[in-house]
Design a protein around this ligand. Structure first.
Ligand code: SF4
Ligand code: SF4
Length: 134
């Protein structure tokens, strides 16, 4: 992860994410509540707060992170953020940047039956389908 700081007006990633999500990412105060609330954080290479930080500084490595695809769009972070930021929309915006380039991350035709857990919650399937429709 790069810590190179890009001035806000030159930060293309921030501008794009804010345009797509409608959220003001710069409001994030890095309190970390989203990370400690997230049920998927242990599986992520960028924590939810880390995703916000990366977007704020224009670190495009976040676009190649597994975290944006691991996010289950459960909205726990959204409900708990003290700054009222809808982080689920931010991760969706990052996925959209991929999908608008026709870079689908999930191809349902390639998912094998044995890869589907018996107790897979329906929301996970719905979320995956939504991500798939680029
Ligand atoms: S909970 Fe909100 S303010 Fe706190 S780090 Fe996460 S996005 Fe930023
Ligand atoms: S919406 Fe995504 S980032 Fe937020 S708590 Fe749920 S899984 Fe974590």
């Amino acid at each position: 992860m790069s810590y190179y700081h890009i001035e806000e007006e030159e930060n293309e990633l921030l501008a794009k994410v804010e345009e797509i999500s409608g959220e003001i990412v710069t409001l994030c105060e890095q309190c970390g509540i989203c990370t400690t609330s997230c049920p998927m954080a242990d599986e992520m290479d960028f924590t939810p707060a880390g995703i916000m930080h990366a977007v704020k500084i224009g670190d495009k490595a976040v676009l190649d992170s597994k975290a944006i695809w691991i996010c289950a769009s459960c909205f726990t972070c959204t409900v708990r953020c003290p700054r009222g930021i809808d982080l689920a929309k931010v991760t969706e915006a990052l996925r959209q940047i991929h999908l608008r380039k026709n870079k689908d991350h999930i191809n349902l035709e390639e998912v094998k039956e044995e890869e589907l857990e018996e107790d897979l919650p329906p929301i996970a399937i719905v979320s995956a389908l939504r991500k798939f429709t680029g």
